[in-house]
Design a protein around this ligand. Structure first.
Ligand code: S3P
Length: 429
């Protein structure tokens, strides 16, 4: 059922927490499942995407204690202990599950198949099919359209040196998973550094993995041993609260315990360049990841240029950054972000259409946006949003609604359940 939101007249105040990091939550289950021993995960994201990952591993015989909360216990079966799943694995809406598990499945001595919802079945899988095939994997798209369902049969994997054409942590992690089962080292080189949570966690669990600039090399042969993992809050979820606090007048909030890994913190760097009053408090590390509390106050923002190597570090945040840019003073140029077109929706088209519907001056380019921000005195207008069941679209335009005159309708608020189940409740506080 749709939700109608209107302009927020009081500032956001106080201390907030956000759900656990989605990327780290996925990896904690995937890598825990193929480790030896039992690992306790705290701060797990209890969203639908990570539940899909849990269900896939349960289908492969892994005993995972999980009751829908934020604590998970994974009884690892070791690198060679997975069992053949009886049915096609269902990855739901999760591209991370689909792509990373495909690498793991390619190294197993059993056949498997996997698919997901309507959105997953449209997302590009050639980016993993091609390099996995170079490793010797037997993986194909069932409909021969480069998309899921994917069918995987057992084969012997070889190490490769792969220069990925895209900066994608899902592609990199997929290949690193397959590399655990290859007969030699695998090196993946990216055009720009994508999030490195897989590398950090694999290293902590005992894998022989070395990062060198844009390259990472995994040498198989080491066993993985379970560890307890404290998942930090997700900066991609914190992004919506940061954006709201920066733009809704008289806001002053602290978001506690957020992951600020340098491969994920681009949003902070961009907002700072736009003039934001953001302070990182009590910087620390947890599970090898940088963590801090983020203090945000309403700020007068100006336009900026966002391009190049910073893009992978804020790729999921670009929709809400575009919303903030529309209310900042002056022009914001976002380029080199073509990947946005193949996320849960075509986020370049949808952000542009929705911001236009709200009266913003925005133009889509092939790989980004040109946004002529209106500054504070000219607010956005409420509109009926098209969310395409994309969680980040629904949340980005919920933030826009707080700044808009008149009502804004989000048609499918329930789609936020994949990454931030309580989002609308938190936003209304
Ligand atoms: C993710 C990687 C990114 C990101 C996605 C999560 C991950 O995707 O957009 O939300 O956990 O590895 P790409 O690898 O397609 O860039």
């Amino acid at each position: 059922m749709s939700i109608t939101l209107s302009k927020r007249n009081k500032g956001l105040k106080g201390r907030y927490t956000v759900p656990g990091d989605k990327s780290i939550s996925h990896r904690s289950v995937m890598l825990g499942a193929i480790s030896e021993g039992t690992g306790h995960i705290t701060g797990f994201l209890n969203g639908a995407d990570c539940t899909s990952t849990i269900n896939c591993f349960r289908s492969m015989g892994v005993d995972i204690e999980y009751d829908g909360g934020t604590d998970v216990t994974v009884h690892g079966v070791g690198l060679h202990g997975l069992k053949s799943p009886e049915a096609m694995l269902d990855c739901g809406n999760s591209g991370t599950t689909t792509r990373i598990i495909s690498g793991l499945l390619s190294g197993q001595p059993f056949s498997s198949s996997l698919t997901g919802d309507a959105s997953i079945q449209k997302r590009p899988m050639k980016r993993i099919i091609e390099p996995l095939s170079l490793m010797g994997a037997d993986i194909r798209s069932k409909l021969d359209n480069g998309c899921a369902p994917l069918i995987i049969s057992p084969s012997k994997l070889h190490g490769i040196a792969y220069a990925s054409p895209v900066a994608s942590a899902q592609v990199k992690s997929c290949l690193l998973m397959a590399a655990l089962y290859a007969d030699g080292s695998t090196t993946v080189t990216e055009p720009a550094l994508s999030r490195n949570h897989t590398e950090i966690m694999m290293r902590a669990l005992g894998a022989d993995i070395k990062s060198d600039g844009l390259s990472v090399t995994l040498t198989p042969g080491s066993r993985l041993y379970s560890q307890d993992i404290a998942v930090p809050g997700d900066i991609s979820s914190a992004a919506f609260l940061i954006a709201a606090a920066l733009t809704v007048p008289d806001s002053d909030i602290v978001i506690q315990n957020v992951g600020i890994n340098p491969t994920r913190d681009g949003i902070l760097r961009v907002f700072e360049a736009m003039g934001a009053d953001i302070t990182l408090v009590d910087k620390r590390t947890a599970a090898g990841e940088d963590v801090a509390d983020i203090h945000v106050k309403t700020s007068s923002l100006h336009g900026t240029v966002i391009s190049g190597d910073i893009i992978p570090t804020l790729i999921d945040e670009l929709p809400v950054i575009a919303v903030v840019a529309a209310s900042a003073e002056g022009t914001t140029l976002i380029k080199d972000a073509k990947e946005l077109r193949v996320k849960e929706s075509d986020r370049i088209s949808l952000v542009t259409a929705n911001l236009k519907a709200m009266g913003a001056d925005i133009e889509a380019t092939e790989d980004g946006f040109i946004i002529n921000g209106k500054g504070d005195p000219l607010p956005l207008q409420g509109a009926k949003i098209e969310d395409a069941l994309d969680h980040r679209m629904a949340m980005s335009f919920a933030v826009a609604a707080l700044l808009a005159d008149g009502d804004t309708v989000i048609p499918h608020p329930e789609c936020v359940s994949v990454s931030y189940p309580d989002f609308f409740k938190i936003l209304s506080l």
